[in-house]
Design a protein. Structure first.
Lengths: 329, 302, 336
């Protein structure tokens, strides 16, 4: 069992959902590598498939959804797509820690945090429960909380930011080295958000983790992630080192998204809304580029041909217009 | 072709709205064959209650030569100890049962809903007083009270019976509707309606009630079954005089007079009213399943 | 258009057997929003900004102080007579999903308040239909396709536009937008903000913007007043642009420091301010409310509460004994 950060290779992953209109892909042909010891941020709007992608890492896509194709290779574990039953349950928690969306509300309101911690330990067959509690107290202390007090508290006695930290503790306490955070700061205040992001960064470095952060907020990714991947309509449209992608975005969606955020300095009227609206499972185009309806660089080829993923050094983009421009220059 | 023009311009008149609603209901019903079966059963029972007794004379002909017969081609469920056809008895007895059940359901729902709405919407002192009364009412045990009432009242008319059962049954609905009202009134659209200056009448009838409609409709249907059980039970226990035709009277006679527990001859006499109750309950359960989809536009229009 | 002086509000929470716990939500707040102007309230959740917004929209009562709408004081009036005044101020809720009745079509939603007005002014049914289409066009929706829809058939952004259209049916003088874009997809948010800005410019509607994101407040109107609220007290007040450029209260500075930096596009501020601890329920009531969390706390901070005032060399009002400009916000790399 690897006691260091594992690498993850997602290859050609497609997840479909059964609807009255047939099986529709929520995630389509995605390949993404999480290098060991890095923080990767996935940015996307509602319906982009980002949460589905995160669930696939645990092979936890619930019916009516299912993983239709592709593989998710995790170092020291193998391809989790083939896992089932007990094997899968053990992998979750012990290898992969998951902090759920709205972790603020995912605690059991009837049990103290400590009791839930013990439940978690027992279900994973932890022999040394005292050690587990000690570890939890240390982790909470590390995140600036009074561990003993928090373990004795019920959910309603904790603030939103404290609950989020408890969520992170529960994801890490079994010594998982791959951590997925789904919308870690939604519904938190700016100051609390900054605090949580700082904790994520520090804990990541200290414990030697591979971290995946899923969010709709480009600012969150900008603060914590080494690499940034942008999802739209179930496709990965752009990825690369965070600073490079933010500094010189190539895909028109990434560019539009960054321009749509009002900033504190500079000409405020430079902020522009993206026209149209994000597609849903049903309205996403079956062929051609998924973004073309809202794209300012749309060409004829976009209607029929899905742009292929083109790598240029550490930058990866899926856009016809970008490819054409590069060939020209 | 003004009909097709109206929805296109978006100026839907209430008539087209209503038509769309019933089209939606039809769609929902068609979705599952079980629902259609439920509707058929309920319509069948309604038909039986309204028109059934008209096909039979006021006093069913008795036949001293054919007392307590087992089922045969002439008498599908056999005959009773007076030689009367059991099927005819079920049909003539249905009017009392169904009419009183309908009255009960109506009173339960109208009374319970208005009280719950009022209490939840007004809150404060009114709420406290009304809910204390409701709680007190909920603590009154129904059956003993009915037994006491039966000593002074004969329940000869189904309306009387429905009235009493209804007045005993509204407590649960009132509490539930109040709880729903309390949670709905915190929703943005109710607050917005108040901010826009819309009348309380509008808010209650147009904004609150439709959101609770599936709930109220379900309660109403379930109240029907409850009322059927209650009155049939009363008659079966024999605490009420046998003055009226009723399934409960049949059950009582089947057990205590025809000896259904001892002889197989009276089995049909015992089973027929039981089957009728079972079938009615089944029909209601099957239809209740559709209520959510009927009153929720998202599920209805899909 | 509307102004308030010394508004206080205390919520009584159910406490233990010994009695109720009183939670002060607002401690004597003054505000003023002119006709066609804009104002923004910012602060952490629980600071009282939403309560104040709801009081301004007439959805909540206040304990003491006075609110005047177009010069008419509200507290002498009975509830019934207050309502027509507050109707000029319409609330845009945060959640466009619960703000529309799921059982009613958009037409029905708009028709109800319009019918009420038509009844009062003796206008025809044709006017209702016309006006319904008109308000939808105002918010950038196509009446032909939207009117007959149910809310669930619209996206979050479209719903929020319908909510704004519904508010416009009563010809309001002011809109109160409480975190109006936080539940909407990022790429659509700016569209809603642009709409509010546009309504302000075209119809002269005042906009009160309640948010935790200062940058969005700036988009609605850089000239508008910014109120930084902390535990029910306004701790800094002045034009949005002035405060963003030169915040002097350590709380304002911590709020601004917490805004994520788009590394690669921006450089972080040089003197970010991080509060010493997080906001808890039982923080001290004596002296400056922020003292317990303040990294720059000095003599006298815990003795007497500083009040909002103007001091020499600081253009905006503030409530700090040691006002000091600090460079806390990120700067675009292009400007460096």
């Amino acid at each position: 069992m690897a006691d260091q950060a594992p690498g993850v290779r997602i290859d050609g992953l497609t997840v479909v959902y059964k609807t009255p209109a047939g099986e529709l892909p929520a995630v389509r042909g995605i390949s993404l590598t999480l290098e060991p010891g890095t923080i990767t941020g996935i940015v996307g709007e509602s319906g982009s498939g980002k949460s589905t992608l995160a669930l696939s890492l645990l092979n936890a896509v619930q019916p009516p959804g299912r993983i239709a194709a592709g593989s998710v290779e995790i170092d020291g574990l193998g391809d989790v797509v083939g896992f089932a039953g007990e094997q899968l349950r053990k992998a979750r928690g012990a290898h992969i820690g998951y902090v759920f969306q709205a972790a603020q509300n995912s605690l059991n309101p009837l049990k103290t945090v400590g009791k839930q911690l013990l439940d978690l330990g027992r279900s994973h067959g932890v022999a040394d429960l005292r050690g587990l509690v000690r570890e939890a107290r240390e982790l909470l202390g590390r995140m600036g909380l009074d561990g003993a007090r928090v373990l004795d508290s019920h959910q309603h006695e904790l603030s939103g930011g404290m609950r989020q930290r408890v969520g992170i503790m529960l994801a890490l306490v079994l010594n998982a080295h791959l951590v997925v955070l789904d919308e870690p700061t939604t519904a938190l205040d700016m100051i609390t958000q900054a605090n949580i992001l700082k904790i994520v960064r520090e804990v990541h470095a200290e414990r030697g983790l591979t971290t995946l952060v899923i969010t709709h907020d480009i600012g969150v990714v900008a603060e914590v992630a080494d690499r940034l991947a942008v999802m739209y309509g179930g496709r990965l449209v752009e990825q690369g080192p965070t600073r490079e992608v933010l500094g010189s975005p190539r895909h028109p969606y990434t560019r539009g998204l960054i321009r749509a955020i009002p900033r504190l300095v500079g000409d405020i009227d430079e902020a522009r809304a993206l026209p149209g609206r994000p597609p849903t499972l049903v309205t996403v185009p079956k062929e051609g580029c998924v973004f073309r309806e809202r794209c300012e660089l749309r060409m004829d080829v976009c209607d029929t041909v899905d742009p292929s993923v083109v790598a240029d050094g550490s930058r990866i983009v899926a856009c016809h217009a970008v490819t054409v421009k590069e060939h020209a220059s | 072709m003004s009909d097709t023009l109206i929805p296109e311009t978006g100026m839907s008149t209430s008539a087209t709205m209503r038509r769309n609603f019933w089209l939606g209901v039809w769609r929902v019903m068609k979705r599952k064959p079980s629902r259609m079966a439920g509707v058929v059963i309920i319509v069948g029972f309604a038909f039986m209650g309204v028109f059934g007794p008209m096909f039979f004379p006021d006093h069913l002909p008795d036949n001293p030569n054919a007392i307590t017969q087992p089922p045969s081609w002439a008498h599908w469920f056999g005959t009773d100890p007076q030689g009367r056809d059991v099927v005819a008895l079920v049909i003539t007895g249905s009017r009392y049962v169904l009419l009183s059940a309908a009255v009960t359901a109506l009173i339960t729902v109208v009374f319970g809903t208005s009280l719950g709405l009022f209490s939840g919407f007004k809150r404060g002192r009114w709420d406290t007083v009304l809910m204390r009364i409701t709680d007190m009412k909920l603590t009154i045990p129904g059956l003993p009270l009915l037994l006491v009432l039966a000593t002074v009242w004969k329940f000869g008319s189904p309306i009387q019976m429905g009235l009493v059962l209804g007045l005993l049954g509204w407590g649960g609905v009132a509490r539930a509707v109040r709880a729903q009202t309390l949670s709905l009134r915190e929703r943005g659209f109710i607050e917005a309606a108040r901010g826009l200056g819309l009348s309380t009448k509008h808010i209650i009838s147009k904004e609150l009630l439709p959101s609770m409609a599936p709930y109220i409709a379900m309660n109403m249907l379930i109240a029907v079954t409850g009322a059927v059980y209650a009155q049939v039970g009363l008659f079966f226990l024999g605490v009420l005089p046998y003055e009226s035709d009723n399934w409960g009277v049949m059950l009582n006679l089947a057990v205590f007079q025809a000896g259904a527990m001892i002889t197989t001859n009276a089995l049909g006499y015992l089973l027929a009213p039981l089957l009728a109750i079972l079938l009615l309950t089944l029909g209601i359960v099957l239809v209740v399943d559709a209520m959510d989809e009927i009153f929720n536009p998202r599920l209805r229009e899909e | 258009m509307i102004n308030g002086t010394g508004i206080t509000k205390t919520f009584k929470q159910r406490g233990n057997v010994l009695g109720r716990r009183e939670v002060p939500a607002l401690r004597g707040v003054d505000f003023e929003i002119g006709k066609g102007g804009s104002a923004s309230f910012i602060g952490e959740s629980g600071c009282g900004k939403t309560t104040l917004g709801r009081i301004i929209a007439g959805l909540e009562t206040y304990d003491s102080g006075e609110i005047e709408i177009d010069g008419t004081p509200m507290s002498p009036l009975k509830l019934k007579h207050r309502q027509p005044h507050f109707r000029k101020i319409q609330m845009i809720h945060q959640d466009p999903y619960s703000a529309l009745n799921p059982t009613r079509t958009i037409y029905q939603t708009l028709q109800a308040p319009l019918a009420l007005r038509a009844g009062q002014t003796g206008r025809s049914k044709g006017w209702i239909d016309e006006r319904a289409a008109e308000v939808l066009s105002l918010v950038g929706l196509d009446p032909g396709t939207v009117l007959s829809r149910y809310p669930h058939q619209l996206s979050g952004g479209m719903r929020q536009r319908v909510v704004i259209a519904r508010a416009l049916t009563v010809d309001p003088e002011m809109l109160v937008a409480d975190e109006a874009v936080s539940m909407i997809d990022v790429s659509l948010r700016l569209g809603i903000l642009a709409l509010l800005k546009d309504l302000r410019e075209r119809l002269g509607v005042s906009v009160l913007f309640i948010t935790h994101d200062v940058a969005t407040a700036r988009y609605i109107g850089g000239d508008g007043e910014l109120y930084v609220i902390y535990r029910g007290q306004v701790v800094e007040r002045g034009p949005v642009d002035t405060i963003i450029a030169n915040p002097v209260h350590p709380y304002t500075q911590s709020l601004l420091s917490a805004i994520p930096v788009l590394h690669g596009l921006e450089l972080p501020g040089e003197e970010p301010v991080v509060p010493l601890e997080s906001l808890t329920e039982n923080q001290s009531e004596s002296g400056c409310l922020f003292a317990a969390r303040c990294p720059f706390r000095g003599d006298g901070c815990t003795d007497e509460r500083p009040l909002l005032r103007v001091t020499e060399g600081v253009p905006q009002e503030h409530a700090c004994y040691y006002p000091q400009r600090r460079s806390v916000i990120a700067r675009p790399m292009s400007e460096v």
